[in-house]
Design a protein around this ligand. Structure first.
Ligand SMILES: [Zn+2]
Length: 93
């Protein structure tokens, strides 16, 4: 089972490719890429703490902004409101 089953935009269809010498998957919906490898929690933490931002991350502000806009466009605001309402009701019990 892949570490990431679905994208943060809720996309579930990925292109499989190689980038930076690593096996990657790219979300067909928003274009974000992630590594297609199995890591445990400590390996994942080490990757982002030690290597990702210095060796891999190359996006511009405009790219990040356009991806964020696509993700926001896919958020189901009614689902979020119903979840918040349920949490609020549970907190009152
Ligand atoms: Zn996505």
């Amino acid at each position: 089972m892949p570490l990431i089953e679905r994208c943060q935009c809720d996309g579930r269809v990925f292109a499989v490719l190689e980038a930076y010498g690593l096996p990657m998957r790219q979300c067909r919906s928003c274009g974000v890429m992630h590594q297609h490898v199995e890591m445990d929690a400590s390996g994942l933490e080490l990757w982002y703490r030690e290597r990702y931002h210095t060796e891999i991350y190359q996006h511009s502000y405009d790219h990040d902004r356009s991806v964020a806009a696509k993700r926001l466009g896919r958020i189901d605001i009614h689902r979020i409101h119903s979840m918040q309402h349920a949490m609020w009701m549970n907190a009152r019990k």
